[in-house]
Design a protein around this ligand. Structure first.
Ligand code: DOR
Ligand code: ZN
Ligand code: ZN
Length: 429
């Protein structure tokens, strides 16, 4: 296949070029390539070609919570959002804490046939925080990392052991940071809006203390660690300082932490209930600066689809989470590139190359020999977020009605078109 006329995003800039794909890998990338006889040509003039987007933090809910999402609908949502590789968190039922569940997810994802799906194993059995999960078996079956996401391993000694075992198997721990005793039932950020609404707040320290603990463990053991969904200005600063000291820490944040503040909870919209909670303007700005200066390595959606039954209830009873796969790219492009002067290569690094490097996944760049994973987007197209259009089962978004730029037109995985915006728009542009 020949992709004609797209502006391709490379680490060092954006260049118009033609891209030839053969046998699932990029073969040639050059300013003007002649179509070979019988070669399929995809006319991409006016579109921007990003290395296939990678989302290292997604909840697919399958097995066990198929009412919220399945591997089928979750991967449909991923490719519609431009993602070619996703990693799925283990808080399923049963929990991903052994090779059987890892194998099940990989088989189902292959059957679905859209994006690549990499399971993340739990740190402890059943995510109970007591005994380490069967790490070696999960690694052998294809788990790419370990996480207790949804909570932290509260016992520090168990966490230290987990990091040691994980390292023995060449895996990293991805840490959801939350001190349970300090959160103590808090549902929003503690501040002006928790006071106005009367909702129970949770202070930044509940997140920061766990970030600091993981940094101490990583530093002290000389092991790498990854911090999930950083939401506080103080957490960004802790990570910045640890990096300066040489701690092998990487970190992610999510679009909602740099596009929203806790003002979104006014009106008790449970779609704005997420964990960690939306914080304040000071935090939002610090998260953007963290992304700019490399303190925060990448963007992940923390796609957390829920059924209406889990959200159409009183705020205190509603589930935490935002359905994020179909808005992540446009929100990031709009806020960071259009709003804050990030370059396209910088955005691309945050959404492809860095997650690939954190988890040692193939892909993340447009380069001869690399897997032909590609996201083609129209960056000038303005659209309005409408959850009714989500293909994810989770319609839970606080962004309904928001105007964004950047529409994914095609998603290619291993050289195969796995998503095109309109079935009939194939080659007629
Ligand atoms: O908002 C969240 N939703 N945060 C988490 O840590 C878990 C996730 C979920 O699984 O719904
Ligand atoms: Zn989490
Ligand atoms: Zn999560």
């Amino acid at each position: 296949m020949l992709i004609r006329g797209a502006d391709a995003v490379f680490a060092d800039g954006v260049k118009p070029c033609d891209i030839r794909i053969q046998n699932g890998v990029f073969l040639e990338i050059a300013p003007a390539l002649e179509a070979l006889e019988g070669e399929e040509v995809l006319h991409a003039e006016g579109l921007t070609a990003f290395p296939g987007l990678i989302d290292m933090h997604v909840h697919l809910r399958d097995p066990g919570f198929e009412k919220k999402e399945t591997i089928e609908t979750g991967t449909m949502s991923a490719v519609k959002g431009g993602f070619t590789q996703i990693c799925c968190m283990p808080n399923t039922k049963p929990v991903i804490d052994n090779k059987v569940v890892v194998t099940y997810i990989k088989a189902r994802a292959k059957e679905a046939g859209r994006c690549k799906v990499h399971p993340i194993g739990a740190i402890t059995e059943g995510q109970k925080g007591e005994n380490l999960a069967a790490i070696g078996g999960m690694k052998a079956a294809g788990a790419v990392a370990l996480s207790e996401d949804g909570k932290s391993v509260q016992n520090t000694s168990i966490m230290a052991n987990a990091m040691l075992y994980a390292a023995d198997f060449g895996l990293k721990c991805l840490c959801h940071c939350e001190d349970a005793s300090l959160v103590d039932g808090g549902v929003v950020n503690e501040g002006y809006y928790s006071t106005l609404t009367g909702l129970k707040g949770s202070i930044r320290a509940a997140e920061d203390i766990m970030i600091a603990r993981e940094l101490c463990l990583a530093g002290s053991l000389g092991l790498p660690v990854h911090i999930c969904h950083v939401s506080t200005y103080s957490g960004v600063q802790l990570i910045r300082e640890a990096k300066a000291r040489g701690v092998a820490v990487t970190a992610e944040t999510c679009p909602h932490y740099f596009t929203l503040t806790d003002a979104a909870i006014m009106g008790f919209d449970t779609n704005a209930k997420v964990n960690p909670p939306l914080r304040e303007e000071r935090d939002r700005l610090a998260v953007i600066e963290g992304l700019r200066d490399g303190t925060l390595d990448c963007i992940a959606s923390d796609h957390a689809p829920h059924h209406a039954d889990d959200k159409n209830v009183e705020f205190n009873y509603a589930a935490f989470g935002i359905s994020g796969l179909e808005t992540s790219f446009a929100l990031s492009y709009t806020e960071l590139v259009r709003g804050n002067g990030f370059s396209l290569p910088a955005l691309s690094a945050l959404m492809s190359a860095r997650p690939a490097s954190i988890l040692a996944l193939a892909g993340g760049k447009i380069e001869a020999g690399q897997p032909a994973d590609l996201t083609l987007a129209d960056l000038n197209e303005k659209w309005t977020v409408d959850p009714a259009e989500f293909v994810s089962k989770g319609k839970n978004t606080p962004f309904a009605g928001r105007e964004v730029y950047g529409r994914v037109k095609y998603t290619l995985v291993d050289g195969r078109i796995v998503y095109r915006e309109r079935e009939d728009a194939a080659n007629d542009r």
